[in-house]
Design a protein around this ligand. Structure first.
Ligand SMILES: NC(=O)c1ccc[n+]([C@@H]2O[C@H](COP(=O)([O-])OP(=O)(O)OC[C@H]3O[C@@H](n4cnc5c(N)ncnc54)[C@H](OP(=O)(O)O)[C@@H]3O)[C@@H](O)[C@H]2O)c1
Length: 328
């Protein structure tokens, strides 16, 4: 496989950003089709980006044999159906975070990818970011000793009006699945799945979480103190503290432009990245590398890590009393 032919499912905010990014990647990446709930939205999106084929339903995009991989960019509540339809039709899938509403749906999608021998990856772009990979290598190489504490937060100022995707239980609304998934994924990248989960939240009148505080614990004695909010713009920073030092991601921790290593007796050491910090191209490049190599999952975003994050999000929701329609 030389060129990778992408289909885009959904025509919203992130679909626009990802498509624009693919179009900067040269001959390697082609965007050949878009699918939407309506022909009008599909046609308008195709017109904006010069995409050949526009489908007013998802099944037609899934059935397009000239599409190698579909990027699913619809609300979380629809990921199970949308990605499942694509896998069953033989497409590879890159599916936005939160990967699904819950761990059960995530396991179902992974089972489908296995059954149809198709590539499937959660669009956890943070895991593909070069500076996050650098941080992980520093931690694994012992730069800060044994990890004892992870701090991370992601809060957006809003306000998000009633009816907005983030306030709508039917679309998997709330801070946790949209924003909290980043601090949780960050902590689990470094420490794996926690052995205990505690959480507290402020719920909206629609019973979605407006802000959630989480305390994850590991058998090793390590802790992660995490927070997400759709009521206020928090620093969006992270730090990883170990027995011999600390690594700080002071700003926009999941798309960092620098990380700072603090060690007793040493000047702070600053690591910087190259190129645009918030680029989605790293995850796109990883998908295309996997497809060319015939891999069904990415070592950067393996299925088990996606599942483990979904199990933690389930546990947090159980503690704070948030259930989505259809979950029983
Ligand atoms: N990786 C990132 O940085 C990032 C950033 C933002 C969001 N996301 C994730 O991407 C997904 C989409 O987020 P977004 O901000 O792009 O949302 P958005 O702007 O609301 O767009 C979602 C699109 O999904 C389609 N859709 C399908 N079923 C829908 C339904 N029942 N209700 C509403 N829209 C539906 C719509 O396209 P049609 O009208 O064409 O059907 C809509 O434009 C979410 O899972 C979110 O967590 C990721």
């Amino acid at each position: 496989m030389g060129q990778v032919r992408w289909g885009v499912l959904g025509t919203g905010w992130i679909a626009e950003r990802f498509t624009a990014e693919l179009l900067t990647m040269g001959e390697d990446a082609q965007v050949v089709a878009v699918g939407s709930r309506t022909e009008r939205a599909a046609g308008a999106f195709a017109g904006r980006f010069g995409i050949e084929r526009a489908y007013g339903d998802w099944a037609a995009l899934a059935a397009d044999d000239a599409v190698d991989v579909v990027y699913v960019a619809t609300p979380h509540s629809t990921h199970r159906v949308a990605a499942g339809m694509c896998l069953e039709a033989g497409r590879a899938v890159l599916c936005e975070k939160a990967f699904t509403l819950n761990a059960r749906e995530a396991a179902e999608l992974i089972a489908l990818a296995e059954r149809h021998d198709r590539f499937l990856m959660e669009a956890m772009w943070m895991y593909c970011h070069p500076l996050i990979r650098r941080l992980t290598a520093l931690v694994r190489g012992g730069a800060i000793g044994d990890v004892r504490t992870v701090h991370a937060d992601f809060g957006l100022a809003g306000p998000f009006a009633q009816g907005h995707r983030l306030r709508d239980p039917a679309q998997g609304g709330g801070a946790l699945l949209d924003l909290g998934v980043y601090p949780v994924s960050f902590a689990q990248l470094l420490l794996g799945e926690p052995s205990a989960v505690a959480a507290s939240a402020t719920l909206s009148e629609e019973s979605i979480d407006l802000q959630t505080g989480m305390l994850l614990s590991w058998e090793s004695g390590a802790h992660a103190v995490l927070h997400c909010s759709i009521e206020g713009g928090t620093p969006v920073s992270a730090s990883v503290t170990g027995t011999k030092g600390r690594l700080d991601l002071p700003d926009g921790f999941f798309f960092p432009d620098r990380l700072v290593l603090h060690r007793p007796g040493h000047e702070p050491e600053v690591f910087t990245g190259e190129g645009p910090r918030d680029s989605l191209r790293h995850e796109a490049a990883e998908v295309m590398r996997c497809l060319r190599a015939g891999e069904t999952q990415s070592p950067m975003v393996p299925w088990e890590s996606t599942l483990a994050v979904m199990r933690t999000l389930d546990a947090v929701r159980e503690r704070i009393g948030v259930r989505y329609p259809g979950e029983g």
